[in-house]
Design a protein around this ligand. Structure first.
Ligand code: ATP
Ligand code: MG
Length: 161
C-alpha cells in the first residue's frame, strides 16, 4: 500500500516553527529556504515531521548561543532513481569527529566529546531519523568536522505522478 503525498515544504516549515521556540531564548536564528511551490513525497506526515524536527533540534542543541541554523529544501534533477527532494540542515556548531560520524545513527549513541556531553539527550533521535528515512526509500548523509559545524542531508523520492 502506498502512502498519500504530503508536501514537505509545509511540513518542514511547521518543524522549523516548533524548534524556533527553543532557539529564540538562545538567540539562535533558524532560516528556512524553500521553493515557492509544494514538494510532495509519499509518507507518514508524523514520521517525516519527526525527521525534520530532530535534525533541526540537534542543530540548535549542538550550536552556541547566537549561532545560525540554515534549513533548505531543493529539488534534485532527475537521475536514474527518479526525481528527489533534498532537505539540508546546516549548523555552525560543535561539529562531529570522523569516528563519531560512523556511529551517529546507532540507537543510544552519544558523542563523548566534552562539548557534546554538556547537552542532555538519549541518543535516540538520529536512530529514529535513519529508520524513517530508510522506510521512505531515502538516504541520509552527514558532512562535518569538529569545530566546523555539521550539515545533514536527507534525500527522499518525489511523489509526482
Ligand atoms: P535525543 O535526540 O535522543 O534527545 P541526542 O541528541 O544525544 O539525544 P541523537 O539526536 O541521536 O541523540 O544524536 C546522537 C549524537 O550525535 C549526539 O549525542 C551528538 O553527540 C551528535 N550530534 C547529533 N547532531 C549533531 C549536530 N548537529 N552537531 C553536533 N553533534 C551532533
Ligand atoms: Mg537529538
Amino acid at each position: 500500500t502506498q502512502c498519500p503525498p504530503v508536501d514537505l515544504v509545509g511540513l518542514v516549515g511547521d518543524s522549523v516553527e516548533m524548534v524556533s521556540v527553543q532557539a529564540a531564548p538562545r538567540e539562535i536564528s533558524v532560516t528556512l529556504d524553500v521553493p515557492a511551490h509544494p514538494l510532495p513525497v509519499r509518507g507518514e506526515p508524523g514520521d517525516l515531521e519527526r525527521v525534520a524536527s530532530n535534525l533541526v533540534g540537534n542543530a540548535v542543541k549542538y550550536s552556541p548561543d547566537g549561532a545560525a541554523v540554515r534549513v533548505t529544501l531543493t529539488e534534485e534533477p532527475d537521475g536514474p532513481a527518479g526525481p528527489h527532494v533534498v532537505l539540508a540542515v546546516a549548523d555552525d556548531g560543535i561539529g562531529i569527529s570522523a569516528a563519531d560520524q560512523e556511529r551517529l545513527f546507532e540507537e543510544f549513541f552519544r558523542s563523548e566529546a566534552p562539548e557534546a556531553v554538556q547537552q542532555p539527550g538519549t541518543g535516540l533521535g538520529l536512530a529514529i531519523v535513519k529508520r524513517v528515512v530508510d522506510r521512505h526509500r531515502g538516504t541520509i548523509t552527514v558532512s562535518s568536522a569538529p569545530g566546523e559545524g555539521s550539515t545533514f542531508t536527507v534525500r527522499l523520492p518525489r511523489a509526482d505522478a
